[in-house]
Write a protein that binds this ligand. Structure first.
Ligand code: DX5
Ligand code: ZN
Length: 221
């Protein structure tokens, strides 16, 4: 399984101090920053778009893992590439032409992720795996931070890991010190964590423990 990466979700940060919050997370050991983009249509919430990514990019070189919870993901590829996004992760439920979209993202110079909502069968991404860099298995219904982790999504992670040992598999939603073991054992190696990191007394300790838990599963496999 690929190396562990911990990606704090900036949705839980103070958006009014985004650059400072990003630097704080990087200083505390974050590998990636997870950027939740919502359009009020694919999900019932509105967050940030490419202009915010562009502003943040001026302050850091960190890997920006952009999670597009939007309808018509085709529409924003170029804007996000220009803004400095590192990875463009679209929802499989939001497009009828995933292969063309994957090509478009690659051409624009970004890494490609495909996300699946809790009720979407994981087999829908199997034919795409050799063309993508990461698969995001949602462990809550997308739309809001601070929701409860859904352990019933773990068989999807397991099946993905069994079939694709080298794939980056990201889990997103409700990840914390209480749920990391379940996710790591299922085979996830990219861990998104919003509430559990930002609300912690020591984000540094939470980030390092999340990483250790993934690495301990890796050392046994
Ligand atoms: C939910 C977002 C998540 C969210 C995670 O739609 O995709 O990235 O910010 O937040 P927590 O870790 O608080 O569940
Ligand atoms: Zn997310």
């Amino acid at each position: 399984m690929p190396i562990a990466k911990i990606a704090p979700s900036m949705l839980s940060s103070d958006f009014a101090s985004l650059a400072a919050e990003a630097h704080r997370m990087i200083k505390n050991g974050a590998d990636w920053l997870h950027m939740d983009v919502m359009d009020g249509h694919f999900v019932p919430n509105i967050t940030i778009g490419a202009p915010v990514i562009q502003s943040l990019r001026k302050h850091t070189n960190v890997f920006l893992d952009c999670h597009l919870m939007v309808s018509n993901p085709e529409k924003w590829v170029d804007d996000f590439a220009k803004a400095g996004a590192s990875l463009y992760c679209f929802h499989i439920e939001a497009t009828n032409e995933p292969e063309a979209l994957i090509e478009q993202i690659k051409k624009a110079g970004m890494k490609v992720g495909v996300a699946v909502k809790p009720k979407t069968p994981i087999e829908t991404v199997f034919p795409l795996v050799d063309k993508i860099d990461m698969c995001l298995v949602m462990t809550v219904e997308p739309g809001f931070g601070g929701q409860k982790f859904m352990p019933d999504c773990m068989p999807k992670v397991q099946s993905l890991r069994e079939n694709f040992p080298k794939l980056d598999i990201e889990v997103d939603g409700g990840l914390s010190l209480d749920t990391i073991d379940t996710a790591a054992q299922a085979g996830a190696n990219v861990i998104v964590a919003g509430t559990s990191v930002f609300k912690a007394e020591s984000p540094k300790d939470v980030i390092s423990t999340l990483r250790e838990k993934v690495e301990s599963v890796q050392s046994k496999s």
